[in-house]
Design a protein around this ligand. Structure first.
Ligand SMILES: *[C@@H]1O[C@H](CO)[C@@H](O)[C@H](O)[C@H]1NC(C)=O
Ligand SMILES: *[C@@H]1O[C@H](CO)[C@@H](O)[C@H](O)[C@H]1NC(C)=O
Ligand SMILES: *[C@@H]1O[C@H](CO)[C@@H](O)[C@H](O)[C@H]1NC(C)=O
Length: 513
């Protein structure tokens, strides 16, 4: 009796402590994938009774309880204009690609800081218990947590990588942790380790000597009295990464880095009636085809489109194709729609393959439902996502630029006929789901943990305060090398002197004799 009263009291206390926290979530990049990664978190926080203020680009049309949008939708045009230069991204050097992303980041951060809604919020006397910030080329936005004097949690829209490892001093030796922009497996030969090291080192130099200084200058421009950017940037209680061992394999991780990859996959909703019928009827199986928002119909080359049409019309399976424009029906096994509820259709038991550009969200959704992928990666992390899925046996890769009828038909046939792909997809899917708690619940636990403890400096390693040469012990090696060379030098000099002086002594002795 007493015990149950105590536990009831504790329960109420804890739900009170974590309940009704005021959270500022900032996922303001104008791109639906990035928005969605934030939305899943705030949706769940609001459901649990927290009051969430959500700076984002896609405000809700029908309000959600406990969720208040602070819209930066007006930043869309500036971002879109800059991103239109993405067409020749693949032709840029590695440094050029990083610099391009930095430029996007400066435009993006500036736009958000200038947004009237954000300015109003910053000038208000509102208070928050936590800032949850998407880390995406927007370092200066850590100012939010300083302004509201509360703990900071980062959410990375991808796995741990050179882009975010410094935020937690996460350790990722290039000898066996492949760079985000490489195709490497974790087992690398000499040349792969060399290129991997190059990618990590040059990436690190870019971040510390270009990206962060530029963001720091932007911060000074908007908030002249703000503390140095580094003081705020290296102050995060936690970092969420969108990665999972079932896709990327194991890698070391600091205690305040939480791998919650897959949390964005929502529970499956019932399908619209007609779509359900189409899938139910497909007794030979259905192929889902979606290139996300990457490949607008207008950018799709005619020959590639025809290669796809021809291949599809020869299939005995049905095809559900997400494409922006309405196309005349190419053959009666193919259905083209401008929008499909991707996660809900992937859950359908008749789905036998997913043709995708290999974005992180779609790759994880396929993994979630155990559907093999024919990946047509276009750029950035898509190559790695597909290469990693292929290494785990549930994907085949055909770089978009190499797509032709011959290749496409051969690989699609292979993935549809060889049962190994499906079995591997199911196997990795079981690993993906086999966890003490679901990814989204883990995310909720850690956010509420940080709120309960008013920050989690106890999870941050001392490494965060070390300079890079201290972290890698270069000062120690230099010291030891110096001591050793000085010792060798002294020994050498002494030995020389001794041999001279002993020679002299002999001489002297000879003389005195
Ligand atoms: C660092 O975070 C703590 C809360 O975790 C906050 O009180 C402090 O102001 C932050 N430091 C800076 C420089 O903003
Ligand atoms: C599904 O099959 C039934 C029976 O063959 C047919 O009447 C119906 O039109 C089909 N629906 C779709 C969406 O193809
Ligand atoms: C949105 O972001 C995702 C992930 O970073 C990327 O793959 C995609 O190309 C972006 N979409 C557009 C239209 O820029």
């Amino acid at each position: 009796m007493n015990l149950s009263i105590i536990s009831l009291f504790l329960f109420l206390l804890f739900s009170f402590l974590a309940d009704g926290a005021r959270i500022l979530a900032v996922f303001s990049f104008c791109n639906h994938s990035h928005f969605w990664l934030g939305f899943r978190l705030v949706q769940e926080l609001a459901k649990r009774g927290h009051e969430v203020t959500f700076i984002n680009c896609f405000p809700q049309k029908t309000p959600i309880k406990n969720l208040r949008d602070v819209s930066v939708a007006e930043t869309k045009d500036a971002i879109k204009e800059k991103l239109s230069e993405l067409v020749d991204f693949g032709q840029k050097s590695y440094w050029g690609q990083l610099e391009f992303m930095n430029e996007v980041g400066i435009i993006y951060t500036k736009e958000v800081f200038s947004s009237p809604n954000v300015q109003n919020l910053l000038q208000s006397n509102e208070e928050f218990d936590l800032v949850l910030l998407e880390h995406f080329m927007n370092d200066a936005m850590v100012y939010f947590h300083h302004r509201f004097n509360c703990p900071l949690v980062f959410s990375a829209p991808g796995p741990s990588s050179v882009l975010n490892n410094h935020l937690s001093a996460n350790f990722a030796p290039p000898s066996y942790v492949p760079n985000l922009l490489s195709d490497h497996d974790s087992k690398m030969d000499f040349w792969e380790r060399l290129t991997n090291t190059y990618l990590d080192v040059v990436g690190g130099i870019n971040i510390h000597y270009s990206a962060i200084p530029n963001q720091a200058a932007l911060l000074k421009e908007f908030f002249p009295t703000a503390p140095p950017l580094d003081d705020m940037l290296y102050n995060a209680s936690l970092i969420f990464t969108s990665s999972h061992v079932s896709l990327y394999g194991p890698a070391p991780s600091q205690q305040n880095v939480k791998q919650i990859g897959g949390y964005h996959v929502p529970p499956v909703n019932p399908l619209p009636k007609e779509m359900k019928e189409f899938l139910d009827n497909a007794t030979e199986g259905v192929v889902i085809f979606s290139m996300g928002s990457n490949l607008q119909a207008s950018h799709f080359e005619e020959d590639k489109k025809n290669a796809i049409f021809k291949t599809f019309s020869k299939l005995k399976q049905k095809v559900l194709w997400k494409f922006e424009i309405n196309y005349p029906e190419i053959s009666n096994n193919v259905k083209i729609l401008s929008w499909i509820p991707q996660n809900d259709v992937l859950a359908h038991p008749n789905v036998v393959a997913f043709i995708s550009h290999g974005g992180l969200l779609g790759t994880m959704e396929a993994l979630n439902h155990g559907v093999p992928i024919l990946g047509l990666p276009v750029y950035w992390d898509q190559m790695k996502n597909i290469a990693d899925a292929a290494r785990r046996g549930f994907a085949l890769r055909l770089d978009y630029k190499n797509l032709n009828e011959h290749n496409f038909q051969r690989l699609l046939t292979e993935i549809l006929t060889d049962a190994n792909y499906r079995q591997s997809a199911k196997k990795q899917s079981r690993i993906f789901h086999d966890q003490p708690v679901k990814q989204i619940d883990e995310a909720m636990f850690w956010l509420e943990y940080v709120i309960r403890h008013k920050g989690a400096p106890h999870l941050m390693t001392a490494a965060i305060k070390l300079k890079w040469y201290q972290l890698h012990l270069l000062d120690i090696y230099l010291f030891i090398a110096t001591i050793m060379s000085v010792s060798v030098f002294i020994i050498y000099i002494t030995a020389k002197k001794y041999s001279i002086s002993s020679g002299e002594k002999i001489d002297l002795r000879n003389k005195t004799k």
